[in-house]
Design a protein around this ligand. Sequence first.
Ligand SMILES: *[C@@H]1O[C@H](CO)[C@@H](O)[C@H](O)[C@H]1NC(C)=O
Ligand SMILES: *[C@@H]1O[C@H](CO)[C@@H](O)[C@H](O)[C@H]1NC(C)=O
Ligand SMILES: *[C@@H]1O[C@H](CO)[C@@H](O)[C@H](O)[C@H]1NC(C)=O
Ligand SMILES: *[C@@H]1O[C@H](CO)[C@@H](O)[C@H](O)[C@H]1NC(C)=O
Ligand SMILES: *[C@@H]1O[C@H](CO)[C@@H](O)[C@H](O)[C@H]1NC(C)=O
Ligand SMILES: *[C@@H]1O[C@H](CO)[C@@H](O)[C@H](O)[C@H]1NC(C)=O
Ligand SMILES: *[C@@H]1O[C@H](CO)[C@@H](O)[C@H](O)[C@H]1NC(C)=O
Ligand SMILES: *[C@@H]1O[C@H](CO)[C@@H](O)[C@H](O)[C@H]1NC(C)=O
Ligand SMILES: *[C@@H]1O[C@H](CO)[C@@H](O)[C@H](O)[C@H]1NC(C)=O
Ligand SMILES: *[C@@H]1O[C@H](CO)[C@@H](O)[C@H](O)[C@H]1NC(C)=O
Ligand SMILES: *[C@@H]1O[C@H](CO)[C@@H](O)[C@H](O)[C@H]1NC(C)=O
Ligand SMILES: *[C@@H]1O[C@H](CO)[C@@H](O)[C@H](O)[C@H]1NC(C)=O
Length: 670
Amino acid sequence: MKLVGAVLFGGLLQAAEGLQSLRRTAQGETIFELGNATYFANTVHPATVLNVGISGLSWDGPITVLHTNVSNITAAVLEDIFKSYSDGDDVFSMAFTSAVLLKTPGTAAVHPAAVDYLSKIKTTHLMAAGGCAVPSHQAVKNMAFNGSLDLPPGPYFASFKAGSVTISKVYRLYEDTHRDFLYGAYAMDDGTGRFASLGVSMPQFGYPAIPVPSRIYSWNDARPFAGYRVAIKDLFDMKGLVTTGGSQAWALVNPVANATAPSIQRILDLGGVLVGKYKLAQFASGANPWDWQDEHYPFNPRGDGWLTCSASSSGGGCSIAAYGWLDYAIGSDTGSSMRRPAAVSGTYGQRPSQGMISLERVLPLGGATDTAGVFSRDPYKWIHFSKHWYTPSLHQSSNITGLSPLVVPDTNAFPKTILYPVDYLPLNNSAAEPILDAFIGNMSSLFGMQVKRFNFSETVANASDLAVANLTRLNNGPLNIINSRTQWVEVANPLIDRWAELFDGRFPPVDSARREGWHEYNETENSLEAYNEALRQKNAAVQWYETNLQYSTPDSCSESVMLYDIGTGGLPSYREEELNNNANASFLAVRPPGATITGASICPLYGCADFTIPIGQVPYWSQVTYHYEMVPITINMVVKRGCDFVLYNMIEKLADAGVLTSVKTGRTAF
Ligand SMILES: *[C@@H]1O[C@H](CO)[C@@H](O)[C@H](O)[C@H]1NC(C)=O
Ligand SMILES: *[C@@H]1O[C@H](CO)[C@@H](O)[C@H](O)[C@H]1NC(C)=O
Ligand SMILES: *[C@@H]1O[C@H](CO)[C@@H](O)[C@H](O)[C@H]1NC(C)=O
Ligand SMILES: *[C@@H]1O[C@H](CO)[C@@H](O)[C@H](O)[C@H]1NC(C)=O
Ligand SMILES: *[C@@H]1O[C@H](CO)[C@@H](O)[C@H](O)[C@H]1NC(C)=O
Ligand SMILES: *[C@@H]1O[C@H](CO)[C@@H](O)[C@H](O)[C@H]1NC(C)=O
Ligand SMILES: *[C@@H]1O[C@H](CO)[C@@H](O)[C@H](O)[C@H]1NC(C)=O
Ligand SMILES: *[C@@H]1O[C@H](CO)[C@@H](O)[C@H](O)[C@H]1NC(C)=O
Ligand SMILES: *[C@@H]1O[C@H](CO)[C@@H](O)[C@H](O)[C@H]1NC(C)=O
Ligand SMILES: *[C@@H]1O[C@H](CO)[C@@H](O)[C@H](O)[C@H]1NC(C)=O
Ligand SMILES: *[C@@H]1O[C@H](CO)[C@@H](O)[C@H](O)[C@H]1NC(C)=O
Ligand SMILES: *[C@@H]1O[C@H](CO)[C@@H](O)[C@H](O)[C@H]1NC(C)=O
C-alpha cells in the first residue's frame, strides 16, 4: 500500500527480512510495512538510544523488547511470551522478532535450544541485558549493550548505526475507512506534552491513517486508563494542534493550542492514549449530514452504511461503532450532541449532569449548557471510564452553570419508579416497542420498580410555579440566549472581526447552520444582563424539577428514572435528505405531536443526567442496498442532576443480569 506524504529512504542500508516500503515523512518519522500491516515509528523522538559497541553494523528493522524474570530462558519461555504478545495486542506480530532485546533481572541464561528457536523464527539480532548469558550461534548475532533499559515491553523499531541502536515506539496505522476522523495524531514524546498530526493518509480516497500504539507498552502500567485508545472531538484543545471546531476559517486564523484541555489532560494522566481528532458538525451545531461543507460527512457502519451519524459529535459515535482498535471517543453535548450520535450508532454515550466536568479549552456553544461525555461499546468499560474521568476536582463552578455546586454520590440508592412519558413513548416503529417493553420488564423486576405512565408536557404546563410557566419560552427565549451567547463572545465575534480585517470586510465562510444566526446576532437581545437573567430562570426551573418531577428521597438519589427515545424509534434516518421523506424513514430531532419540547431538550433545561443505552435492533428495508438491514434501538435513561454514579451502578447491575450487553462493531450492533 503506497502512502501519501512519505518518501522512500535514501542511501544503502540493510533492512530486516519482510520489512517493506521503508520511508520517511517530511517530519522525519519512519513508516514501514510488515506482513500486510503498515506501521509508523517515532524516530524523531526515540524511546532510547543504547551503546552496542559494534561500529560496523548498519541495520534497520523491527525489534521486540521482551521482559522476563525467568532465569533459565528456554525456547518454551520465549514461545509463551511471543504468544501472549500476539494474543493480547493488535500491533505486535511475529514479524517484529527479527531483532529481540531481552530484559531480565539479575543473572539469567539463554538456553542453546532457545537460540536455535530464535534462528528458526528468523531472528538475526539478539540483545540481552548484562547478567544474561547468551550462547553463540551462527545465524543470530549476539550483542552486548550499555544504556538505560527503562523501556516497556513490546514491538519497536530499531536502527543500528555507528556503534549504537536507536529504539523507537511503533504505532500500527489503521485506515479510517469510514472517514470519521479529521486526522490521526500522536504524542511527540519530546518532553513538551505536545501532539503532532500524522501527515500520512491512505491512497485513493485520502483516508487518514490513525496511529495506535502497542497495547503491550501499558501492560505494566497500573493507571486506570493505561493504554486506552481515545479519539477526541476537534472542539477540545490538544497541545500542539489547532482546534478547528470543524471550520477551515477558524483554523486559518487561530494558532495551535498551547495547552491541552484539563478534561483531556485527565485522560492522559490516567494513562490514556490520544489517537486523533474526529469530525464534528461545525462549531458543535446540529447540522444535518447534507448541510456539511467544510468536512465530508462521516460514515456510520450500521445498517446499509448510509445512515446518519447525527451531530455534533458525529465522528465519535460512528468511529466507536466502526473500529475495534478504538476504545473510546470523547465528545460534547449541549442540545443532544453526545446522546443522539450514540443513538444512531448504537453505542453507549451520555450527557452528564450539568457542571460535571471542566470545559476549559473547549470551543464553547452554551457555557451553561455544554457538557462532555464518552462513547463506548461496552457497559462496564463505559462505566469504568466515566467514574474515573468525572472527578470532583474538575467539576464546574456555579458561576459557569448558574446552578448549585454538584454533589455526586456513588451509592446503590436506586430509583423506585420508572417514568414512562406518554408524550414521548411508545417508540415510533411498533416493531421496536417490544424490545423496550422487555427492557422495562427486566429492569422493574430486577430492582422492584413500579412503572408510572405520565404526560411530561401536561405536568410542566400544569405547574403553578412561574419559573415553570416560563418554560416554553425558556426553550425559545432564555435557553436560546444561554445556548448562543458564549459561542458568540468567544468564537463567532472574534472570527467575524478577524476575517473582516484580513479580507476586506468579508464575512467568514461558515456552514449554513451558523451563517445566518451569526450574521443576524442581536447583541442587545443577547446581552450579559439577558444571559444572567436566563441563568436565573433556568436555576428556578431546575429547582422546580428537582422538587416536583425527579427528586431525592431518603432511599433514592433520584426517586425515578425517566425513559424516552432520542433516536428515531427504530426507523432509519439516512445521510441523504430525500430518502428521509418516506413513511419508513425519519428525520432526526422530531418533536412528537403534543410534546412541548423535544426529549433531547429536557436535560439541557433541567440540568439532569441523560444516558443513551443500546437495547436492541430491528430490521428495515434499505432504500440504498435494496436489502433488509438492521437499525439499532436505544433508550435514554434520565435521572436527577447529581445522580449519575447511582445510574452507572444500576446499569452495571443490568449488565450483570445480562439485560445490557456490549455492542459489536460494524453493520449490526448485536
Ligand atoms: C493479513 O491480514 C489478515 C486479515 O486481517 C490476517 O488474517 C493475516 O494474518 C495477515 N497476514 C499477515 C502476514 O500478517
Ligand atoms: C515473574 O513474572 C510473572 C509474570 O509477569 C509474575 O506472575 C511472577 O510473579 C514473577 N515472579 C517473580 C518471582 O517475580
Ligand atoms: C533449563 O531448562 C532446560 C529445559 O527444561 C533444562 O534442560 C536445563 O537443564 C535448564 N538449565 C538450568 C541451568 O537449569
Ligand atoms: C559498557 O560499559 C563498560 C564499562 O564502561 C565497557 O567496558 C563496555 O565496553 C561497554 N559495552 C558496550 C557494548 O558499549
Ligand atoms: C497560551 O497563549 C495565550 C495567548 O494566546 C497566553 O495568554 C497563555 O498564557 C499561553 N498559555 C501557555 C500555557 O503558554
Ligand atoms: C468563576 O469563579 C472562579 C472562582 O471561583 C473565577 O476564577 C472565575 O473567574 C469566575 N468566572 C466567571 C465567569 O465569573
Ligand atoms: C393538569 O390539570 C388538569 C386540570 O386541572 C388535570 O385534569 C390534570 O390531571 C393535570 N395533569 C397533571 C399531569 O397534573
Ligand atoms: C418569567 O419570565 C419573565 C420574562 O422574562 C420574567 O420577568 C420573570 O421573572 C420570569 N419568572 C420567573 C419565576 O422566572
Ligand atoms: C435587537 O434586540 C432589541 C431588543 O429586543 C430590539 O429592540 C432591536 O430592534 C433588535 N435589533 C435588531 C437589528 O433586530
Ligand atoms: C414517527 O415517524 C413519522 C414519519 O414516519 C413522523 O411523521 C412522526 O413525527 C414520528 N413520530 C415521532 C414521535 O417521532
Ligand atoms: C400530553 O399533554 C399535552 C399537553 O396537555 C397534550 O397536548 C398531549 O396530547 C398529551 N399527550 C398524550 C399522549 O396524552
Ligand atoms: C427480559 O425480559 C424478557 C421478556 O420478558 C425475558 O424473555 C428475558 O428472559 C429477560 N431477560 C433477562 C436477562 O432477565
